[in-house]
Design a protein around this ligand. Structure first.
Ligand code: LER
Ligand code: MN
Length: 267
């Protein structure tokens, strides 16, 4: 398994992202610490200097396993399930932009908070809109040769797909074989009866893993059993990335260093 860490390509409110301030410094630091890659949190691909970013990462030998899209929701309120059709279309267009960006990095694209939140009176329609949007995006991802990942997220951040079981059912409704799952140990620690059971359940679609401890601090700083997480991932034959999506506590550098020391010892 390879080790990555989430960095933001522009300043953002979402807090479980390291080193937001200075892209060059953080890329250098991540490479020095020995990470294999960086996961990019990208609000709007149109604002990126793709060639410059690629050069920066190539010079440091860093891969990009995945591109996160949640900032489009966090910063601009864009969601695939917005009852307002204009907003919904804007969100879909943005996700298409992420999928069009991804081949430059050979990265998978994450559908996390950009799916939005369900409202009591429109929940069924919102599910339908999102199923259709993901069907469309999965087909686009296949044409672009990149992966698309649906991430279960804990109840305090959204009421729309909290568990692996719900995510698997949603994938069935979408009906596209290339729609994968992203398993995040922080969300699973809140939502799943058993982290190990839920890893086994997502095995057929598992495409990427976010690691953070129970408090979203670096692995080893809370009470998730990462020895057991790694053993279970190995047992299902997972050979992808462990990508740290953690709070920058007590400092970005300390959190990044703690993560790689702790996980390298387990791998
Ligand atoms: C994203 O990967 C995530 O885990 C969410 O909590 C926020 O988007
Ligand atoms: Mn996550």
């Amino acid at each position: 398994m390879k080790l990555g860490i989430v960095i933001s390509t522009q300043p953002a409110r979402f807090s479980a992202v390291l080193f937001q301030a200075d892209l060059e410094r953080m890329v250098a630091r991540v490479a020095e610490l020995g990470y294999d890659g960086v996961e990019l949190a990208v609000r709007n691909p149109a604002l990126l200097d793709v060639e410059a970013l690629k050069r920066l990462l190539d010079n440091r030998g860093l891969e990009v396993p995945a591109i996160g899209t949640g900032q489009a929701w966090g910063e601009e309120g864009l969601s695939l399930s917005d009852p307002d059709e204009v907003m919904r279309e804007r969100a879909l267009k943005r996700l298409e932009d992420h999928l069009n960006l991804a081949p430059a990095f050979g990265a998978q694209v994450i559908v996390g908070l950009i799916r939005g939140r369900l409202r009591e009176d429109t929940a069924q329609e919102q599910r339908g809109w999102t199923v259709r949007a993901l069907r469309h995006c999965a087909k686009l991802a296949a044409r672009r040769g990149v992966g698309l990942l649906l991430e279960p997220i804990n109840r305090y951040e959204t009421n729309f797909i909290n568990t692996v079981e719900e995510a698997l059912a949603f994938c069935e409704a979408v009906g596209e074989p290339n729609l994968g799952l992203l398993f995040d140990t922080f969300h699973a620690n809140i939502e799943e009866p058993s982290i190990e059971e839920s890893i086994r359940a997502c095995a057929p679609r598992l495409g990427h893993v976010h690691v953070a401890d129970s408090n979203r601090w670096a692995p080893g700083r809370g009470h998730v059993n990462f020895g057991s997480v790694v053993a279970t991932l190995r047992a299902i034959g997972y050979d992808g990335w462990l990508s740290a999506e953690i709070l920058p506590n007590p400092s970005p550098d300390a959190a990044a260093a703690q993560t790689i020391q702790y996980l390298r010892a387990l791998l």
